[in-house]
Ligand binder design. Sequence first.
Ligand code: ZN
Length: 203
Amino acid sequence: MKLVKDTAELKEKTSKISDKKAEEAVRTIIEWIGENPDREGLKSTPKRVIKAFKEYFQGYNDNPSNYLTKTFSEVDEYDDMVIEKNISIRSHCEHHMAPIIGVAHVAYIPSKRVVGLSKLARVVDAFSKRLQTQERLTMQVAKTIMDTLQPRGVAVTIDATHQCMTDRGVKKENTKTITNYFLGVFKDDLSFQNRYLRYINRD
Ligand SMILES: [Zn+2]
């Protein structure tokens, strides 16, 4: 059974809006905050914002599980955890479209198949570059690795700051949000989970 739903439908919806229409929307917001969108410094801003947004949200064009299809079997006797620590995260919250900035830690215990190390970071990126909640992001990364690689277990931790909380609203600038998602042996066997937590909490 697939643990992660397809986002193809979402992609289809976004691609129906032209760049020009999106630029007009940015222009409207510039006017709405009380600025003059025609003054020199702002004339090309809608274009630049759209270009930046394409980068922030390029994850909608990405199928994260594709990064995990190329595997290596020559290390198939390696049976302990592989941990990628401090993978930097740049995402946006779906409630305010405000930045979420932090790090992810991803671990898995291979059962025969091992992936290139950078691929775990690619999966994190593909899901980060969408409108997210930290909880869902954590879960999607874990479930995609579980679905595609079918390892003995997966652990994902995200430690991040939400600018919608630090810069507006309740304005608690030092608050960090930590989320964990465990599958397989990391969920069922606390000794694996504890070892993982010790590694990621060590400098
Ligand atoms: Zn928010």
